[in-house]
Ligand binder design. Structure first.
Ligand code: SAM
Length: 296
């Protein structure tokens, strides 16, 4: 556990932000992220990164990524308003959404009911999962923006391992820690976030990544975890690393700030520096990673 004296206050600030954000996300015309209409109409907000990771973890063809999830017990950890959870449930998985935001879980239940699928929800801190979630799941699914809220990654990973049955897999898609260290591009490039080892950064602001114009006000704290921290914590929690992929492009802009630039191909990249090509094009730094790990 972190040795920060005011850790409980910092986590309470984060909780307060998430209760507000969960009430707003997917409800406003300005929301650039949670396009629930697409999901209700039968679509998905998963990108090829999550879909490929699920396909590889379940030995499904890459062009039918959810074809093998039917009947699997899946824990969607830090599920927020449950979007990917209902998509997995629609594909036949038995989905449990877990989050410490009661508002988020109510939104997930509402979305499931609108779509006509069944999900379970459990309100819990992911650093201390209740016994009813232990050794119950074939997959723990975690997506972008989860571990930056966790002060103690070893503890969090031990909870993931505890939730899995032997042979069960962690499927994780996250923001890359290299991208996290950058704060802004203009008027000058600023790097002010630690790279790993649980280093933290507290900031006050308004709005959210999905709807910067929303009336949310918050003081939030993010924690830094390097790729080495992620891999080592998974191994120390009793998991085998099956696959780790790093990505220099994304199909969307997760933060909605000025850091990523959209190319003519529609992809978003973190382009920094002069670059080494004859045309002086900057190179893309890593912006996301995915991990598949199996509980042995
Ligand atoms: C960025 S959201 C995850 C978003 C999700 N990937 C999606 O696409 O909707 C992060 C979630 O983590 C939850 N969270 C943050 N800290 C937590 C904790 N300690 N325990 C449980 N949930 C937590 C928040 O309530 C929020 O729903």
């Amino acid at each position: 556990m972190s040795d920060l004296e005011n850790l409980d206050d910092l986590i309470a600030g984060n909780h307060n932000f998430w209760e507000q954000a969960a009430g707003v996300h997917g409800t406003t015309a300005e929301d650039r992220y949670y396009q629930l209409d697409r999901v209700i109409a039968g679509g998905t907000l998963m990108t090829s990164i999550e879909e490929n990771a699920i396909a590889r973890a379940t030995a499904a063809p890459l062009d039918q990524p959810l074809s093998q999830v039917a009947g699997l017990d899946i824990l969607y950890l830090q599920s927020h308003i449950g979007v990917d959870g209902v998509v997995l449930a629609r594909a036949g998985a038995n989905v449990t959404c877990a989050d410490f935001s009661a508002v988020a879980l109510q939104r997930a239940r509402d979305l499931a009911s609108t779509i006509g699928v069944s999900i379970d929800t459990v309100e819990t801190d992911s650093r201390n999962l209740p016994e009813l979630l232990h050794a119950r799941f074939d997959m723990v699914y975690v997506t972008i923006g989860a571990i930056c809220w966790i002060d103690d990654l070893d503890l969090w990973m031990s909870q993931v391992a505890r939730a899995l049955r032997p042979g069960g897999t962690l499927v994780m898609f996250e923001i890359h820690p290299v991208y996290q260290v950058f704060s802004k591009r203009t008027p000058e490039l600023v790097l002010d976030f630690p790279y790993g080892d649980g280093g933290h950064f507290t900031e006050s602001g308004s709005g959210s990544y999905a709807d910067p114009s929303s009336a949310i006000t918050s003081t939030t704290t993010n924690f830094a975890h390097s790729i080495a921290n992620v891999v080592t914590s998974a191994v120390c929690a009793g998991m085998r690393i099956d696959r780790l992929d790093e990505f220099v492009e994304l199909a969307f802009d997760p933060r909605g700030d000025d850091l990523l630039q959209q190319g003519g191909d529609g992809k978003w990249r973190l382009l920094v520096g002069r670059g080494m090509t004859p045309a002086d094009q900057p190179e893309g730094l890593p912006v996301a990673f995915s991990l598949i790990a199996t509980k042995v």
